[in-house]
Write a protein that binds this ligand. Structure first.
Ligand code: CP
Ligand code: NVA
Length: 306
């Protein structure tokens, strides 16, 4: 059985096929072709231990458009929040529904849940990875740049869940990626290793640096995310000081290619990781990115639950 826990477990071909399927579903959706036969009668449980706007709404709408049904399961409302084990939760839910999406803290919890489930599990974000986001991001990059191979992405800021998944996603699909993070806030070692392995096959160039200007020089895509991820709220003041020189503003965008696009997974904090002139300016594609979550996740759902 297939899960989506981390992009490192999907082959390049699977990732590229999923992006193609996302493009087809988006085109059809825009042209009035309905998809409500694809997952007719299927049900997806959505377990959330952290907040969400995009992930929750796009998964719920995706299941509706595919002819299925979704159940929002806040982890504080189900017995998981009172101490029922992940394994008992997984085995119980497997008797009722056809798939589980989970957003939580520890990545190992998602792996444990998947190991005890007899239905596909989709990672809707952990402290370590955000694979659904990056499938939509790769789709968006392809939409704007017409290709993936050879495109240069610069990620600037915290080496967090989004950065980890972006690094793997780019390395698997031949996208060149430069990541600029302050010392002590780099991407996870295991992720970097996976990405370097994948890059050997795909030909993608990986650069890890502390210098945002080095990363962004001649980039086709400039990407950032919040400096304070969910669960890090008590580090807010110190992080704001450490990351100050990593803000994406006009000056930094100025050294990317002229036609570079600006990306952010959202939610964004204007005046911190990104200046409002950039995120609300003509190079920003953040709402196309957000929309593509819907199309990319429909492709994932059809692949795993169909
Ligand atoms: N980008 C993203 O996952 O957004 P939400 O936290 O709103 O789901
Ligand atoms: N890195 C952010 C992403 C939110 C979608 C977080 O984990 O809060």
């Amino acid at each position: 059985m297939k899960h989506l826990l981390c992009l490192s477990q999907w082959s390049s071909q699977e990732i590229l096929e999923t992006i193609k399927m996302s493009e087809k579903l988006k085109f059809e959706n825009k042209n009035g072709i309905r998809h409500n036969h694809l997952l007719k009668g299927k049900t997806l449980g959505l377990i959330f231990a952290k907040s969400s706007t995009r992930t929750r709404v796009s998964f719920e709408v995706a299941m509706y458009q595919l002819g299925g049904y979704s159940l929002f399961l806040s982890s504080s409302d189900i017995q998981l929040g009172r101490g029922e084990t992940l394994s008992d939760t997984a085995r119980t839910l497997s008797r009722y529904i056809d798939g589980i999406m989970i957003r939580t803290y520890k990545h190992s919890d998602v792996i444990d849940l998947a190991n005890c489930s007899t239905i596909p599990v989709i990672n809707g974000l952990t402290d370590s990875q955000h694979p659904c986001q990056v499938l939509a991001d790769l789709m968006t990059i392809k939409e704007y740049k017409g290709k993936l191979r050879g495109v240069k992405v610069a990620y600037v800021g915290d080496g967090n869940n989004v950065a980890n998944s972006l690094l793997i996603g780019c390395a698997k699909t031949g996208v060149d990626i430069s990541v600029a993070t302050p010392e002590g806030y780099q991407c996870e070692d295991a992720t970097v290793e996976h990405a370097r392995e994948a890059a050997k096959e795909s030909g993608s160039k990986i650069v890890l640096t502390e210098d945002p200007y080095e990363a962004v020089k001649d980039a086709d895509v400039v990407y950032t995310d919040t400096w304070i991820s969910m669960g890090q709220e008590n580090e807010k003041e110190i992080r704001k000081k450490i990351f100050i020189s990593y803000q994406v503003n006009d000056k930094l965008m100025g050294i990317a290619k002229k036609d570079a696009i600006f990306m952010h997974c959202l939610p964004a904090y204007r005046g911190l990781e990104v200046d409002e002139k950039v995120i609300d300016g003509p190079q920003s594609v953040v709402f196309d990115q957000a929309e593509n979550r819907l199309h990319a996740q429909k492709a994932v759902l059809v692949k795993l639950l169909g």
